[in-house]
Design a protein around this ligand. Structure first.
Ligand code: HEC
Length: 440
């Protein structure tokens, strides 16, 4: 594994007079690094594969031959599919006939390391990215003929000129959710969700809890079967009543979901902090990103503060100029939007990074870099965040269900690569298919 050596590269580049931007870039605007020694921590290699439209209802239906085996409910995916990730990914990517992803691979290799200290779990992930550069833009604002428009989009919407972020996500449980150890993140993947037989906005709005008089959502995202009145079959519209949802959640019937986002969280050394039960929800508090666009006025809220960044707005050639940090961070490098400072054809970020607060701000020690086409992301996550209402609390000696997803190549929703669920034990003597060892 390459060591986290951005500072060295910067120094070397400075000494040799070479531009460092060709191959090393710290994703944080603060250039923060984590000073720990990974050399004694085993590397776990995983083949991350494209899961196609394999949903929870399909997995538990007779169409999935695994269900014919005795005791299927109590078996993990890998107990039957060990080593088949590459083959499954290849088959699923072909079955899908992804017109907008003509070159999409069925699987990618990735490397992980798991470690802990007295207070934290460390998860390090490294993979070679399909994006030809670190993905530093999401929704992007373009100024043309006196008007701002939002451009960009993921590879699905915009196959040949995507402008989008990459992601590295962890979904964790502590054994509370029935079958999560066996079926993991597939328990959050259902027909009716975005991009899998998507339910209409009108139908979603009409639902209790999730619809107009509840969360006011217009689509279905991740949810757990326990939040529905029927466990199997197409059940996105069978939401349990609010009181029951609240009660189950208070009993720990949810899974933690943390997403490192190359554009919307990495610049502030963060990952977002969410959880999944009746929907994919944010933890309480201030989230780590928001809009930099006022939909009512059609104007950006902020532009760059030139006294900090050297510019008010971006030109197209800045998008991948790694000598420039182009995230817009509230309170750090932005100032209120002033139309007189912007030139025709210039750009601003459509999304604004910020420091999270409360439970939504728990993941504020996430370190990431891009070097020679490879991302390295390190989560340093408090074992006990102090927020049991929307986080999974971990402890040394405990065993936790770990699910990993990588959205690479500027993709979104189901167009990610996933690993089969596995367990991580924290500390020597704990149980788990992977043991997180003490770190120095
Ligand atoms: C008890 C064993 C068993 C378990 C547990 C199991 N499967 Fe399977 N799975 C099978 C068998 C058998 C097949 C059929 C293989 C074949 O036809 O060659 C299959 C096929 C599949 C396929 C191929 C689908 C297709 O279109 O042919 C996928 C994808 C899959 N399983 C995913 C999963 C996932 C994800 C899990 C865990 C949530 C899982 N399986 C758990 C035994 C199992």
């Amino acid at each position: 594994m390459t060591k986290f050596s951005i500072r060295n590269s910067v120094l070397l580049a400075a000494l040799s007079g070479l531009s460092l931007s060709a191959n090393a870039y710290n994703m944080s605007i603060y250039d923060t690094e984590l000073d720990v020694d990974w050399s004694d921590i085993p590397v776990v290699e995983k083949t991350m594969f494209f899961p196609g439209k394999v949903t929870f209802d399909w997995i538990n239906s007779p169409a999935h031959k695994g269900t014919l085996k005795k005791g299927f409910e109590t078996k993990t995916c890998s107990s039957c599919h060990q080593g088949e990730e590459e083959g499954l990914g290849e088959m699923l990517v072909q079955d899908d006939r992804l017109g907008n992803f003509p070159d999409k691979k069925g699987s990618i290799p990735a490397e992980f390391q798991f470690a802990h200290d007295d207070e934290h779990l460390y998860v390090k992930g490294t993979w070679k990215t399909e994006s030809p550069f670190p993905a530093r833009l999401h929704d992007t604002l373009l100024f043309q003929e006196g008007k701002w428009t939002i451009i960009g989009g993921d590879r699905g919407k915009n196959p040949y000129t995507p402008i989008y972020e990459d992601r590295f996500s962890l979904m964790i449980d502590d054994g509370s959710v029935l079958q999560f150890r066996e079926q993991g993140c597939w328990m959050s993947c259902h027909r009716g969700a975005r991009d899998i037989g998507q339910a209409t906005a009108r139908d979603v709005q009409a639902l209790d809890v999730v619809g107009a008089f509840g969360l006011d959502q217009k689509d279905i995202r991740k949810y757990l079967p326990e939040s529905r009145t029927e466990r199997y079959g197409v059940n996105w519209d069978k939401v349990k009543p609010q009181e029951e949802i609240d009660k189950l959640k208070a009993e720990g019937q949810f899974v933690d979901l943390m997403q490192w986002r190359s554009t919307r969280s990495a610049p502030t050394n963060s990952a977002d902090d969410g959880y999944v039960f009746e929907y994919r929800l944010n933890d309480k508090g201030t989230t780590v990103f928001t809009w930099n666009f006022d939909k009512k006025t059609g104007l950006p809220k902020y532009m760059y503060d030139k006294s900090v960044t050297g510019f008010y707005a971006l030109n197209k050639e800045d998008f991948n100029d790694l000598n420039k940090k182009i995230a817009m961070v509230e309170g750090v490098n932005v100032m209120p939007y002033d139309a007189s400072k912007i030139e025709e054809g210039q750009y601003l970020q459509g999304r604004l990074n910020r420091e999270g607060a409360g439970s939504a701000g728990d993941n504020n020690q996430v370190f990431s870099s891009w070097e020679d086409g490879k991302y390295t992301v390190i989560f340093k996550r408090k074992l006990n965040t102090g927020h049991p209402e929307d986080d999974k609390i971990m402890e040394i000696g405990g065993t936790y269900d770990m699910n990993i997803a990588i959205h690479d190549g500027e993709t979104t929703t189901r167009f990610h690569y996933v690993a089969f669920p596995f367990t991580v034990g924290i500390g020597e003597g704990s149980e788990g298919s992977v043991i997180a060892l003490p770190i120095k």
